[in-house]
Design a protein around this ligand. Structure first.
Ligand SMILES: Cc1cc2nc3c(=O)[nH]c(=O)nc-3n(C[C@H](O)[C@H](O)[C@H](O)COP(=O)(O)O)c2cc1C
Length: 168
């Protein structure tokens, strides 16, 4: 049976995905970002991750130019942020309702998320109508006070609770 775009999308709806917001600074130093679920760890040694970025996405130009970037793993309850960063850049300032600071390497780091990782550019690989951006992880942060993560499954957001942390 032919795999139409519709059937492909329907199959992908059966795949629960963690929700991330990827951020970088553009050539003028402005913060840019987008919601992405096409994210994965690639390698432990060296520590590499990948994110698949639509070729039309605003963030792709700075990433192609070698910008550092941050990947935020959203917490349960951050659907509003996920939707804001999934809007097109021309529809408004995605960062307007979010507090963030620029890292030493120029990655905008959102102050609210379950965790973030910061990446140095490592490789750019063609991927059909997307571009696979591979980053080398240079810093990580986990907010231990946050006890939920955000997933996208069957076209909807859902929160998953973390397991209880072990004591010191
Ligand atoms: C749940 C969800 C997951 C998404 N995952 C991706 C993704 O992995 N890669 C991607 O390029 N776009 C993804 N998008 C779409 C982008 O977020 C959206 O096209 C982008 O923010 C457009 O912004 P721009 O105009 O600044 O390029 C996703 C959108 C949603 C709602």
């Amino acid at each position: 049976m032919e795999v139409t775009a519709e059937r492909f999308v329907a199959a992908m709806r059966c795949h629960p995905e963690g929700v991330t917001v990827v951020t970088a600074a553009d050539e003028l130093g402005n913060a840019v970002g987008m919601t992405a679920t096409a994210f994965a760890a690639v390698s432990l040694d060296p520590p590499l991750v990948l994110v698949c970025v639509d070729k039309r996405a605003t963030i792709l130009s700075p990433l192609r130019a070698g910008a550092h970037f941050a990947v935020h793993f959203l917490a349960g309850g951050q659907e509003r942020l996920a939707r804001a960063f999934a809007q097109h850049a021309l529809e408004g300032d995605k960062f307007a309702g979010a507090s963030f600071e620029m890292s030493f390497n120029g990655s905008p780091r959102l102050s609210e998320a379950l965790a973030w990782i910061e990446c140095a550019p490592h490789d750019i690989v063609p991927g059909g109508d997307h571009t696979i951006v591979v980053g080398r992880v240079i810093d990580v942060h986990i907010d231990e006070a946050v006890d939920t993560g955000l997933v996208f499954f069957d076209g909807a957001f859902a929160a998953l609770r973390r397991r209880p942390r072990e004591g010191p």
